[in-house]
Design a protein around this ligand. Sequence first.
Ligand SMILES: Cc1cc2nc3c(=O)[nH]c(=O)nc-3n(C[C@H](O)[C@H](O)[C@H](O)COP(=O)(O)OP(=O)(O)OC[C@H]3O[C@@H](n4cnc5c(N)ncnc54)[C@H](O)[C@@H]3O)c2cc1C
Length: 457
Amino acid sequence: MPHGEELLTRVGRDLHAALPSPSRHPIKALDAKGMELASRDAELRAALFRLVDVTPACRSLDDLARHLAEYVEEVDERPQALEAAMRVAHTAPGRRALGAAAATGVRHMAHRFIVGESPQAALGVLGDLWKEGSACSVDLLGEATFTREEADRYAARCDEALEVLSVAAGSWPGRHLLEADSAGPLPRVNLSVKVSALTPLMRPDAPHVGREDAAQRLRPLLRRAQDLGAHLHIDMESLDALETTMELVFELLDEPEFSDGPSAGVVLQAYLRDSGQQLDRILEWARASARRPPLTVRLVKGAYWDHEVVEARRHGWTPPVFEVKAESDRNFEELTRRLLDSRPRKDEAGMPSPSNPLLRVAVASHNIRSLAHAIAHNRATGGEDRDLELQVLRGLGDELGIAIAASGLRVRSYCPVGDLVAGMAYLVRRLLENTSNDSFLGEQQRGASIEDLLAAP
Ligand SMILES: Cc1cc2nc3c(=O)[nH]c(=O)nc-3n(C[C@H](O)[C@H](O)[C@H](O)COP(=O)(O)OP(=O)(O)OC[C@H]3O[C@@H](n4cnc5c(N)ncnc54)[C@H](O)[C@@H]3O)c2cc1C
């Protein structure tokens, strides 16, 4: 960072000091232990993922225990506790007990990430988060749609969620930091939507087909969000969906009926080698658009790394993503600076610029270095804290969210809602991230020092 590793280190240390101790969250400490075991051993990790994946399809506890035993059998070096548990799998009552324990474990893990089975059921958690100083973005689980009926159902669930959340959010107490920045008011209700769930016709070779079909469902949702004063955020998925998603969002938001709202946003993935060009494209669109509300850009590293690498290798292509983690981290920092620097500057007397920003910036990460870099760069270039939003995933970034809120910064927790079956793909992606050898959370769990955690990538 050109102008101040020192400031970054100070910000990072403050954030680290504000983290609640994991020992105060015994259940999470237990989960962390399981994750740590899995992250040390690739075979055990594979067994855990296969179990999570198969759980919804198992018809009985006995069935689940048989799968578990089979997967664990393939692990060469089994931890003692697991070895002991497997010994009971030779009898029917033992298998039932083991199956029950495994089912509870998977459900427990899922509940850590999924805040409720329906928007109504999630209201308690969402209201508590708000009171504790964190806004939320709700994500309705159930990706990859194969039929029009499924896409219609997903759109109807989004519509219902907007309604349910808007009614409930009306009674939440005032939270100034969560409700306004220098560009104006921020909606209390924020829904994240996936384009692959809005159309069964997503084709990378014919993006217009999926785009036109998804537009039929996204347009009414934008109208609904506008009526209710809610924010709609369009998530980014694997590279196959990028063209359809970007073109869809830009085209719809440019329609005259959406010139004053709703508030909306897109996602930029820093692991993509061409993410700099993606940002050029977003900025170009924002400059040319007649829309008044600034587009929110959520910067992430990208959740489909394994998928992109496997797909590219299968075709003999160079992967579209960086292959060294530090390159994604460095690019994340560069994009953070470009995003923050795209906003209007104060004049020489320190007065805010009269023009509205083109973009609102949301930096989404669980990596203290990545977050501290964003906070420090924003401060060092004269930005106000309220003009930078930090985002975390429910279940992975809860402690960090508490620390961010305690530091007087705006935080939004991304909260999946839905049932366990629909949530499996999501859950496996989160487990993959959390247990990968170079993931920040993995390093933190293994006890890396704050100096190492804050070192430049
Ligand atoms: C609020 C929120 C919303 C999100 N929304 C989206 C979304 O819409 N779309 C999406 O794709 N993701 C999304 N993500 C997930 C995000 O992309 C990351 O996968 C996740 O946050 C982990 O990154 P990190 O910075 O927290 O942790 P870190 O541990 O610092 O980074 C892990 C990330 O580094 C990258 N990486 C890992 N290994 C390598 C390697 N060998 N070479 C190069 N890069 C590597 C991967 O992107 C991996 O996810 C979201 C995350 C949050 C917090």
